[in-house]
Design a protein around this ligand. Structure first.
Ligand SMILES: CC(C)(COP(=O)(O)OP(=O)(O)OC[C@H]1O[C@@H](n2cnc3c(N)ncnc32)[C@H](O)[C@@H]1OP(=O)(O)O)[C@@H](O)C(=O)NCCC(=O)NCCS
Length: 211
């Protein structure tokens, strides 16, 4: 997979700067990942130390199909020049073309995830167009009852295309179901009909994982 171009390494919005994750973000990301509710719907053990987050960041940095950012809040006028922006979350394609995100719960409900995802998708399309083979879609999976995540996806144009019943064993909530979302790059067409029962759709879903 081609390296990430410099022009695809920064995303700015009105309130946010998304920039590549660094190992030095481990403490801040631990804070995000341990914020109340962050892993409520995510079926994995909670991080207990900056070391485990460092390991995760390191795996992101070395995986060729990972295109992931730290979400930072741009300093307002009251903060000193040159001050490091606060990391409040993560956003990106953890396994291209699968999109994922997390925002520190202290910042929920302000439209920040939507703002970040909308802006991220613009550079995502440019980035994945340069892959070999190029990619013109994105997918996202979320717990069927993760309403805020589903809402973020829908506000950014993702379409619900499939529900997998009882496909996840959550460590505390038991068996869960997953909502699958799909977003086609603007002005491009899926070859075939986005019909989750069709062979074309099954093939497309199998082929989206760029390993
Ligand atoms: C999902 C998450 C990123 C949303 O972040 P956020 O910054 O609060 O999102 P936004 O403010 O941009 O949008 C949230 C939307 O969900 C809506 N919402 C929140 N709770 C809801 C609920 N229980 N039912 C329906 N809608 C809900 C909000 O009203 C808002 O929609 P609106 O703008 O139309 O009012 C955040 O909750 C998070 O990090 N969760 C933990 C990690 C996670 O689950 N990630 C997704 C894994 S797939």
């Amino acid at each position: 997979m081609a390296p990430i171009a410099e022009k695809h390494k920064e995303v700015r919005t009105k309130r946010l700067l998304l920039r590549p994750l660094e190992l030095d973000d481990a403490e801040d990301m631990l804070d995000v990942r341990r914020s109340p509710g962050a892993f409520h719907f995510i079926p994995r053990a909670l991080d207990t130390s900056p070391d485990s987050v460092r390991e995760w960041i390191s795996s992101c940095l070395t995986r060729p199909n990972c295109y992931n950012f730290a979400v930072t809040v741009l300093p307002d006028g009251s903060q000193g020049q040159g001050q490091r922006s606060r990391v409040i979350g993560g956003m990106g394609a953890i396994r291209t073309p699968e999109i994922g995100y997390m925002i520190h719960s202290a910042y929920w409900g302000q439209g920040l995830a939507t703002e970040a995802l909308e802006a991220f998708m613009n550079v995502y399309w440019e980035h994945v167009a340069e892959l070999d083979p190029p990619c013109n879609y994105a997918v996202a999976y979320t717990d069927i009852e993760n309403w805020s995540s589903r809402r973020v996806l829908e506000k950014c144009g993702f379409k619900l295309c499939k529900i997998s019943e009882h496909d996840v064993e959550h460590p505390t909530m038991g068996t869960r179901s997953t909502a699958h979302y799909w977003l086609q790059k603007p002005n491009t067409a899926f070859e075939g009909e986005v019909d989750v029962t069709s062979e074309a759709w099954k093939k497309a879903l199998e082929s989206v994982y760029i390993s």
